[in-house]
Design a protein around this ligand. Structure first.
Ligand code: OOG
Ligand code: MG
Length: 259
């Protein structure tokens, strides 16, 4: 019997809406393929867009060794970013209605041109309007934040929220040398570099374009792209002040509401 992807998409969507973690989809559907997982992800985004959400960009995930080791999944993945996930720099994030959110230090690109096909680092750079320090909030909809590659893709790669700091035009900044210093509520400090993000954050962008090309898609001007975390992710607690400082690219912050 064929797998009902719409029904599975709805299951993940409902878990996200209720903030109630669910068992992995591959538990019931062990034959689910990676192609079906991406189709499921798109169906689930379509269900959300039908309720008024707008796609504003894409994210790469598991582009760093630290994240791969933390999650036990060793391949880069991509997900969709919507307007409802965006939090203003310095703004607040509410824990209510979430499963078990974590934060990651990232770099984000804002595109001024379209990107499609196989692109070089220079071609990718030419389509970037600005580079920004960014914080991503991920919240796996699966029990205990444990998943397989296929399950996390079906769950829109745990995308939950993102905060982008002030941007700079992309010139000759050595993005691989940028240091990212994450402080989570004074409890946890982690440091990573741009190099940890797929060797170079622009190479992560190229890989995203190449992965999208496999399904005949590309990126368009105006979109945001999160290049992936530079360190492992840190669990959030109510009341946390979360701040990312970078060497040369400025900072970005948000706070976790008390309740
Ligand atoms: C999957 C998403 C990972 C990143 O930047 O590596 C990710 C997860 O760990 O839940 O967004
Ligand atoms: Mg991320």
């Amino acid at each position: 019997m064929s797998i009902d992807l719409e029904a599975l998409a709805l299951r993940v969507h409902r878990a996200a809406q209720a903030g109630q973690a669910i068992p992995m989809l591959t538990g019931d559907e062990p034959s689910l393929s990676i192609e079906q997982a991406y189709r499921l992800q798109r169906l689930s985004m379509a269900q959300r867009c039908a309720q008024g959400e707008l796609i504003v960009g894409m994210k790469m995930g598991l582009t760093s060794k630290a994240k791969m080791a933390q999650m036990g999944v060793h391949e880069p993945i991509y997900g969709h970013l919507s307007d409802r996930m965006a939090i203003v720099d310095g703004g607040s994030f509410s824990m209510s209605g979430r499963c078990h959110p974590r934060v990651e230090p990232e770099l984000a690109f804002r595109l001024s041109g379209d990107l499609k096909g196989k692109v070089s680092r220079d071609q990718a750079a030419a389509a970037v309007q600005s580079v920004h320090p960014a914080l991503e909030i991920i919240d796996s909809r699966y029990t205990d934040f444990k998943f397989t590659l296929i399950d996390v893709v079906a769950d829109n790669t745990s995308a939950c929220g993102f905060v982008v700091g002030p941007g700079q035009a992309l010139k000759d900044q050595a993005l691989e040398q940028v240091e990212l210093r994450l402080d989570v509520g004074g409890r946890e400090q982690l440091v990573g570099t741009g190099e940890a993000i797929y060797g170079h954050p622009l190479d992560s962008l190229c890989e995203l374009v190449s992965m999208l090309d496999r399904v005949g898609e590309g990126l368009v001007a105006g979109q945001w792209v999160l290049a992936g975390a530079a360190t492992a992710a840190v669990a959030l607690q109510a009341g946390d002040q979360v701040r990312l400082e970078t060497s040369g690219l400025g900072g970005v912050s948000f706070q976790v509401e008390d309740s």
